[in-house]
Design a protein around this ligand. Structure first.
Ligand SMILES: [Zn+2]
Length: 479
């Protein structure tokens, strides 16, 4: 439980993360190696993520559908012929009902192939376009080295798959979704991210353009937090998705796909968490505030509980996600640690003195100790609490942004870059050649994260070879 300490981030960041996930009761290990069990608290967090995204997708004209988990093996062979480098680690079903199957079935590593197949049946004419479908579900990739939320064999996500008549429309769709992802990351998850384009070496197999949002974790490693791809007509050709245009000529569709996965929970943990445990942004927190009543005698209890119940009812009516911790078997101090470990943004303490004064004590999760504590009147408490939650949300974003920006450097030489990427990011001119990119990876294990859309506007010299460079790129070691 929350009483035993987790390692500090400085001691062992990786172990800090592992133990935090377990002790905050977000997820647990499954009996199947590499799979995870998402516990109710973790799932509640995921639901707050998915419901926001789902609403945005629907607001921009998308619809949800469900495709089957099992996909014929031949679909992947067909894809391989068209898509160089596409080789997810597949889990294959060879038997069903005690009998060997005629054709093995693959547990979906992504639904691209089955959706492409179905689109080829559904799309006949330009009138059938665009198709803007999102699937929510899980997929499976046979990962050997796993870590809860960050890399598990089975993980949860949405996958958007769209088909369009015109190239412009498909490109617009890819950027529209990336904007939604950026908005989500910054304003809901308080994750400062860079929006940009992946290099050819780092893009998704088969995509003509891959765009991403990239975040910096507290160990200064990068985490790709969402991707949006434009395929041109590559997938349409592999799966024969064709339509008759207005002049009755047969054309291949332009397609996109995009995803954010349950990995984003790992990003939230590693961006905001501290040595006491999880720190959640109020807009996503399953519990935004917890009320802890404090009393010693029965006489105190009845007075304190009367106020606590009144406060609970008022805040709940105001739409604040709330928990009353009236457990009698544990001390208030235990409860404080417990909710700190779970990252609840605000604690509301009510004791006998508060009842006398008509006040409560508010303790912020993001600011430890006395400086995070204020005493406020019970009147208009909902407005006070809402105001404070908004302030916590923006202060988390600011803290993460300051941290990120103070760990990005502009090395003057290649040797300097090699040192920097061991404990930070480098934002450097790059000539665009695969060789220079590969050299950095080989020498430092750092990869190009993305070529941000926001560029200095001038030109420079490649940090690796010294040739003329048009773009700056982020180099970092990544999860
Ligand atoms: Zn170069």
């Amino acid at each position: 439980m929350a009483e035993d300490k987790i390692p500090t981030r400085a001691e062992d960041f990786s172990e800090w993360y592992n133990q935090l996930v377990l002790k905050a009761e977000l997820a647990d290990y499954s009996p199947v190696r590499g799979c995870m069990v998402v516990r109710p608290y973790g799932w509640a967090l995921w639901e707050n993520i998915t419901s926001w995204l789902d609403r945005e997708f629907k607001n921009t004209g998308h619809v949800n559908a469900a495709f089957p988990t099992l996909i014929p093996m031949s679909f992947f062979e067909k894809e391989k012929e068209h898509v160089e480098g596409f080789s997810p680690e597949l889990a294959v079903v060879t038997h069903g009902g005690g009998e060997k199957l005629e054709e093995p079935l693959v547990v979906r590593p992504t639904s691209e192939t089955i959706i492409g197949y179905m689109y080829s049946k559904w799309v006949k004419s330009w009138r059938d376009l665009p198709i803007l479908i999102v699937q929510w579900g899980s997929v499976l990739r046979w990962e050997l080295r796993t870590k809860l939320f960050l890399r598990t064999a089975e993980f949860y996500w949405h996958e958007g798959h769209t088909a369009h008549a015109a190239k412009d429309e498909a490109l617009e769709e890819m950027y529209r979704i990336l904007d939604i992802y950026e908005n989500f990351a910054i304003n809901e998850a308080a994750l400062p991210v860079f929006k940009g384009r992946k290099t050819d070496a780092e893009k998704f197999a088969g995509a003509q353009i891959t765009t991403s949002i990239e975040a910096m974790m507290q160990d200064k490693r990068a985490l790709q937090s969402g991707t949006s791809h434009y395929f041109g007509t590559n997938f349409a050709k592999a799966f024969n998705i064709q339509y008759l245009d207005k002049s009755n000529a047969l054309q291949f569709c332009e397609t996109t796909s995009w995803a954010i996965s349950s990995r984003i929970i790992g990003a939230i943990i590693m961006t905001h968490g501290d040595d006491q445990g999880l720190v959640l942004p109020p807009r996503l927190a399953p519990i935004q505030a917890v009320i802890v009543p404090i009393y010693k005698s029965e006489a105190e209890k009845s007075k304190v509980m009367a106020d606590a119940n009144k406060v609970f009812a008022e805040l709940k009516a105001a739409g604040i996600r709330l928990k009353m911790d009236d457990r009698e078997e544990v001390t208030p101090g235990f409860k404080y640690n417990d909710w700190e470990m779970r990252g609840v943004p605000l604690r509301i303490e009510i004791g006998p003195k508060d009842v006398e004064k008509g006040s409560v004590a508010l303790a912020r999760r993001d600011i430890a100790g006395k400086s995070g504590k204020t005493f406020v009147p019970q009147t208009n408490l909902a407005a006070t609490v809402n105001g404070l939650l908004t302030e916590i949300q923006s202060s988390l974003l600011k803290r993460a942004t300051d941290f990120r920006d103070s760990n990005i450097f502009d090395p003057k030489t290649y040797d300097e870059l090699k040192t920097i990427v061991q404990n930070g990011w480098a934002f450097s001119w790059w000539c665009g050649s695969k060789e220079c990119e590969a050299k950095v990876k080989e020498d430092t294990k750092a990869t190009t994260r993305n070529i941000p859309f926001e560029q200095p506007g001038d030109t420079g010299r490649c940090i690796v070879c010294g040739e003329k460079a048009e773009k700056k790129v982020y180099f970092a070691r990544a999860y």
